[in-house]
Design a protein around this ligand. Structure first.
Ligand code: APR
Ligand code: PHB
Length: 388
């Protein structure tokens, strides 16, 4: 097999990159370890920055998002019973879009089907070789046979547990990591959202988030110890805990129902530098992970893809300036989103065993945010997304 760009991973990063490259006439083959059904069953985050919305438009995968997505002008940061609304639109002129990552992925699959792109599923044991040669080679197992794919460039879009990052020699990689001592227990339910905007709540019992997927579908989270198991949380226990962590007036309006999905995700900040090794380019979770508090995971994957698709289109046509600066440009934006995600996580969560100073700092940060329009503008600017 032959292609211009071989893409490892059919998550949002891999599929969006493939779609943008194909539209510019660059050929791709996508290799995915899981089945398509498995990829489409994963429930992930649900907030798109406007730059992500515009990138999906440029990729021609916006039709359903325009119909079903819900633009939001702000969100609420709560501390106990005190609610502070951050007005994105008034402060920055920008909005965000509520549209689930699962829907984005499904729209991308359909667009790739229409393009006739080869997306191979159930691929295993990928080996990446010849990254310094004019053509690189991927060896992999598919439907019981060992196969070979020759390409000009490899895009590693295979998430945190993928093979791409580990292909870069360990002594040439620098990793930065912070693991948080808690996880988020998430529940999806066919119930109307408790509020028309998202509520991030810092309560004495721990953090909670009231999010949504549509006017009839809600997504809620509560901070839990890492030792908790999702199956030990009954729906009733979840709703009780959520109610206790939302401002009283909001909790009184909460409509509950059976959970459609319930899972626990650990929280981590992680960056691996560089994002390029010879003809290999990393994008999305393969290179970095953020805790979900700032809603940046999918949006960072999108900004990587924004830089990378342009760089690869130029490189296929003979201009290598974009690929030479890709890692540095992508990382500059990644680090700023890392900072925001870490700061927001620190501001909104209780850390077990924290001292009185840490608690006082969190209170002062929220107090300052409530009193200073400058601080609110800074939050809004980061939340709605820094420029590409
Ligand atoms: N070979 C082939 N495919 C692989 C391999 C492998 N060795 N390892 C992982 N994959 C696939 C995974 O099955 C997954 O479908 O790569 C894909 C990576 O997709 P995501 O994990 O969704 O990562 P990404 O596309 O970078 O999207 C980033 O997704 O995980 C969320 O929070 C994250 O919102 C962010 C967004
Ligand atoms: C979600 O709806 O899943 C969601 C929204 C905002 C976040 C994290 C997750 O910050």
């Amino acid at each position: 097999m032959n292609t211009e760009v071989a893409i490892i991973g059919a998550g949002p990063a891999g599929l969006l990159l493939s779609q943008l490259l194909n539209r510019a006439g660059v050929s791709t083959v996508v290799l995915e370890r899981q089945t398509r059904a498995h990829v489409l069953a994963r429930i992930r985050a649900g907030i798109l920055e406007w730059s992500t919305v515009e990138l999906l438009r440029a990729a021609g995968v916006d039709a359903r998002m325009e119909r079903e997505g819900i633009p939001h002008d702000g969100c609420v940061l709560a501390s106990g019973d005190t609610q502070l609304r951050i007005d994105f639109r008034a402060l920055t002129g920008r909005q965000v879009m509520v549209y689930g990552q699962t829907e984005v992925t499904s729209d991308l699959y359909e667009a790739q089907d229409a393009m006739g792109t080869e997306v191979l599923h159930g691929v295993s044991d990928i080996e990446i070789t010849d990254l310094d040669a004019a053509r690189s080679v991927l060896h992999f197992t598919h439907e019981g046979a060992r196969r070979r794919l020759s390409c000009l460039f490899v895009a590693g879009c295979d998430g945190f547990h993928g093979v791409s990052r580990r292909t870069i020699p360990a002594d040439r990689r620098r990793e930065f990591e912070r693991v948080y001592p808690f996880g988020w227990l998430g529940v999806l339910s066919e119930t109307p959202p408790v509020h028309h905007e998202l509520i991030y709540s810092n309560a004495s019992r721990g953090f909670a988030l009231a999010s949504q997927r549509s006017e009839t579908r809600s997504r809620y989270y509560v901070q839990v110890p890492l030792t908790d198991k999702a199956e030990d949380w009954s729906d009733e226990a979840f709703w009780d805990e959520l109610r206790r962590r939302l401002p009283g007036e909001v909790a009184a309006r909460l409509v509950t129902g059976p959970s459609i999905e319930k899972s626990i995700a650990p929280l981590r900040s992680f960056v691996s530098e560089p994002m390029r090794w010879g003809n290999l380019f990393l994008a999305g979770d393969a290179a970095h992970i953020v805790p979900p508090t700032g809603a940046k995971g999918l949006n960072l994957a999108a900004s990587d893809v924004h830089y990378l698709h342009r760089a690869l289109i130029d490189a296929v046509r003979g201009d290598r300036a974009g690929i030479d600066s890709y890692s540095e440009r992508a990382l500059r934006r990644v680090w700023k989103a890392m900072r925001f995600s870490w700061a927001t996580t620190t501001m909104m969560h209780r850390f077990e065993g924290e001292d009185s100073f840490a608690e006082a700092m969190r209170r002062a940060t929220l107090d300052h945010l409530g009193a200073s329009e400058t601080a609110q503008k800074d939050f809004a600017e980061n939340y709605t997304g820094l420029p590409f």
